[in-house]
Design a protein around this ligand. Structure first.
Ligand SMILES: [Ca+2]
Length: 481
């Protein structure tokens, strides 16, 4: 930088001197040409002085710049020098480390060399020892070989002696063998004879054995077949036994039921009606036997629940399962099922009521399930000669007195007109059988409807349930004691 400025200044100065010389020569020429040159010289001096001033300024500036540059260079160089020093120090440290490592390596190599040398020596000595042992072994082997050779000789000698002995023995053995062969031959001959005898016996035994086997097999087959038959028979018998037991159980129960029924039905001595059944302690409603007089007994249904029980039921309607539009004969002997719908029969009714004082109870149920009853303090039925004429006493109850109208009336059926209606048969008109007058205030043997109709043919008890057809009815009598 400084050098450059200096060169520049030199160039400037040289250039100025050249210009000055040119100008001076020109001026000299001018001076030579012009008389008045002194003023021009003065002018040139002034110019040169000005240049000098400028040059001095520039020189000063340049010197300042050089100073600044020196300072700057010094600082830069100083820091770079410092870096270089640090690097050198690091390199020195690395070199030291490398040197110490190198030393260590050398030391280890040296030790290794020593160890290798020692090992070599050891190996050499061991090798020596090995050689010595091998040599000894060789000597021992040689000695053993010699011993072995002598032992072999001894062995050979003994073998030879043994062979000789064997030879002698063989001769002896040969003669003994001959003797033995002879004896064996004789024994073989004897054995053959014996074998022949045995063979004959064996054949006989084999055929007998075969026969026995066959018989045993047949017997086994027979036994097996019989066993199967017995098993099947046993199984069948067991099943039959089970069935029989089951049937026996059923039969037993039936017998019990029958016995109970028989018991009920045969306890007829002194049983005139359900009042007597109750008196005997039978508290269950159901079918019993009754024998009101010297005539034959008949079955009755006893109501043991209503109003103290002991009622002999003689009529029941409940579902329309029995046809009640029947003739005089049917009403005389009775019909239906005592457990369901039925009419006990006018003959039986007469026989019952003829033996004492009876009360009558009529129980009714409407299709609205309203219930009502009519109780008559007396009730009687005449015999067939009087057409089973009705006699009822005074009424009490909830259903209304709709039998009084029929009191003292004969029984009319569709085939027997005993009513007081001159223009026709009330039984036909009301589709029933009753103690019709002309015709009815009640009609409990009428047609069974399944709804509450006001039809004249229906089962009616006028005034109860507004004269509409009824759902259930029961008529029953009880002897007054
Ligand atoms: Ca009539």
């Amino acid at each position: 930088m400084g050098l450059l400025i200096r060169s520049l200044l030199v160039v400037l100065i040289v250039k100025s001197q050249v210009e000055l010389q040119v100008e001076a020569s020109s001026n000299q020429r001018t001076v030579s040409c012009d008389v008045d040159t002194s003023s021009k010289v003065a002018e040139l001096r002034l110019i040169v002085e000005n240049y000098l001033v400028i040059l001095e300024d520039e020189l000063r500036n340049t010197q300042d710049q050089v100073k600044e540059l020196k300072v700057l260079m010094t600082e830069t160089v100083s820091s770079e020098l410092e870096d270089t020093r640090r690097t050198m120090a690091a390199i020195s440290t690395i070199q030291e480390t490398a040197t110490s490592e190198h030393e260590e390596t050398r030391r280890m190599v040296s030790e290794l060399q020593v160890a290798v040398s020692t090992n070599q020596e050891t190996a050499t000595s061991e090798q020596e020892e090995t050689r010595r042992m091998v040599s000894e072994l060789q000597v021992a082997v040689s000695t053993n070989q010699e011993t072995a050779t002598s032992e072999q000789e001894e062995t050979r000698r003994m073998v030879s002696e043994l062979q000789a002995a064997v030879s002698t023995n063989q001769e002896t053995a040969t003669s003994e063998q001959e003797e033995t062969r002879r004896m064996v031959s004789e024994l073989q001959t004897a054995a053959r004879r014996t074998m022949a005898a045995i063979s004959t016996n064996q054949e006989t035994a084999t055929s007998e054995q075969e026969e026995t086997r066959r018989m045993v097999s047949e017997l086994q087959t027979a036994v097996s077949t019989n066993q199967q038959k017995v098993t099947v028979a046993l199984r069948n018998t067991t099943l039959q036994l089970k069935d029989t037991r089951r049937e026996m159980g059923v039969i037993g129960r039936q017998v019990e039921e029958l016995q109970e029924s028989v018991s009920r039905l045969t306890k007829i001595h002194g049983v005139r009606d359900c009042s007597d059944v109750l008196a005997r302690g039978e508290a269950r409603s159901g079918v019993y036997a009754a024998k009101p007089d010297s005539g034959r007994p008949f079955k009755v249904y006893c109501d043991m629940e209503t109003d103290g029980g002991g009622w002999t039921v003689f009529q029941r309607r409940q579902d329309g399962s029995v046809d009640f539009y029947l003739d005089f004969a049917n009403y005389s002997r009775g019909f239906g099922n005592l457990e369901g719908e039925f009419w006990l029969g006018n003959d039986n009714l007469h026989r019952l009521t003829a033996q004492g004082e009876y009360e009558l109870r009529v129980d009714l149920t409407s299709f609205d399930d309203d219930t009502g009853f009519a109780l008559y303090e007396s009730f009687g039925i005449a015999d067939v000669s009087d057409n089973y004429r009705l006699t009822v006493g005074s009424y009490n109850g909830t259903a209304g007195d709709w039998l009084a109208y029929h009191n003292n009336q004969a029984f009319t059926t569709k085939d027997r007109d005993n009513d007081l209606w001159s223009s026709g048969n009330c039984a036909q008109d009301r589709h029933g059988a009753w103690w019709y007058y002309s015709c009815a205030a009640s009609n409990l043997n009428g047609r069974y409807f399944n709804w509450a109709t006001t039809n004249n043919e229906g089962i009616r008890w006028n005034g109860f349930s507004a004269s509409r057809s009824l759902k259930t009815t029961e008529m029953k009598i009880r002897r007054k004691v």
